[in-house]
Design a protein around this ligand. Structure first.
Ligand code: SF4
Ligand code: FES
Length: 383
């Protein structure tokens, strides 16, 4: 989701002092600003951590403005204003304006529940570039059930239409799993009817909340095969009308995805409380030291913080990645997934068929059951 273009205009940054070998530090392209963890919805695959930052720990408006200025100076091109639900911030317009003033492309990622049309109008006036709205399903009752919020579907529909009426570019995000994967065609048709210019279809990634709900969310192999075929047909049907981006389902792949475009290579993620992470799930890896924008500049964090340097380059790799021809293509896959499935963040992502733990992924994909969702709520975290 972060960074679709390569930042070729700016040269690589100098290596940190004393750093040798293959650890070339590129400039980041995208910054994910998690403005808050507050959210009215309870999606069981939420990418937020199980322990959420409380409201009183959130960065204030001025600090976000400084972070955006530092990000622009560092080479960042796009800022993704996300959460939780960013609409829960009363200063969302001021925060967005601060990013816009720094010359950053502003993308609002919203559940659409919690953004008033008057707020959207003000965002349009100050130059918001793009909006991403997630839909949970094409069927209202199922969509509301997945979101854990009655009436969510209707509100998403209404806000999406308003985004298009205000001539802001709209992408519809569709997260697919066992309950909705058979309606990919209907969800893409809904996005087209709403006036979206792009649809992003992503299978659930099993970290955090989704890991807790894995068996309830996991689609069958037959469902995945049908979905891949459906995406091919949909691309043909909507060619020239709608861009359809699709991310393959991890557990059914032979090779892993190049997660976040490589650790510490393209993007950074600032939490509501100001910690800077190389990816949204990085806190799930124990022992990493994250620096905060409260104490360090973004440039300092990007080049010198221990967490960003932990898996840069290839020196940290073990076999089979260390000598693999694909190591500079997929960077050994996802560090968070490697840790979640093997307990070793330096291992090859077990999604890779060359990983000694790959059989485990095949077994986990076969473990599906209809348990009720553990929703993303404080009660869910306690459970
Ligand atoms: Fe990627 Fe490592 Fe698998 Fe090679 S062995 S394809 S580098 S995950
Ligand atoms: Fe953390 Fe993939 S989500 S490296």
């Amino acid at each position: 989701m972060i960074g679709g273009t390569e930042n070729r205009a700016t040269p690589p940054m100098p290596r940190p002092a004393g750093e040798q070998g293959e650890k070339i530090i590129h400039r980041p392209i995208g910054l994910l600003a998690e403005l808050t963890h507050r959210c009215p919805l309870g999606c069981p695959y939420c990418s937020n951590p199980l322990v959420l930052d409380p409201r009183q720990a959130e960065l204030d408006t001025q600090t976000w403005a400084r972070v955006f200025a530092e990000a622009a100076a560092l080479g960042v091109l796009q800022v993704h204003l996300s959460g939780g639900e960013p609409g829960a911030r009363r200063d969302l317009v001021e925060i967005t304006e601060a990013a816009h003033r720094c010359g950053l492309y502003t993308n609002l990622i919203t559940s659409a529940v919690g953004i008033a049309t008057s707020t959207l109008l003000r965002l349009a006036e100050i130059g918001l570039d793009h909006v991403q709205i997630s839909i949970q399903d094409s069927e209202p009752a199922s969509a509301d059930h997945i979101a854990g919020y009655r009436g969510a579907f209707a509100r998403k529909r209404a806000l999406a239409l308003e985004v298009v009426r205000l001539k802001i570019l709209l992408t519809v995000n569709v997260v697919v799993h066992r309950s909705n994967i058979d309606r990919i065609g209907e969800m893409v048709a809904l996005a087209r009817d709403l006036g979206a210019s792009r649809v992003e279809i992503a299978h659930v990634q099993y970290y955090g909340w989704a890991l807790r709900n894995r068996a309830a969310l996991m689609p069958s192999a037959e469902q995945v095969a049908r979905a891949l075929k459906a995406v091919d047909e949909l691309r043909r049907r909507y060619q020239g009308e709608l861009v359809i981006d699709a991310v393959a389902p991890d557990y059914y792949a032979r090779f892993p995805k190049p997660c976040v475009g490589g650790w510490g290579q393209r993007s950074l993620n600032v939490t509501p409380a100001g910690k800077v992470l190389p990816c949204h799930a990085a806190e799930s890896i124990p022992g990493l030291e994250f620096w905060s924008v409260r104490e360090h500049s973004l440039a300092d964090i990007w080049t010198s913080s221990p967490a960003f340097n932990a898996f840069r380059g290839t020196d940290w790799m073990q076999e089979p990645c260390r000598t693999c021809a694909r190591r500079d293509i997929d960077f050994g896959g996802c560090r968070c997934q490697a840790f979640a499935l093997t307990g070793d963040a330096r291992a090859a992502d077990p999604v890779c068929h060359l990983s000694p733990s790959h059989e485990q992924v095949i077994a986990l994909a076969a473990m599906q059951h209809g348990a009720p969702y553990l929703y993303r709520t404080s009660a869910g975290a306690a459970a």
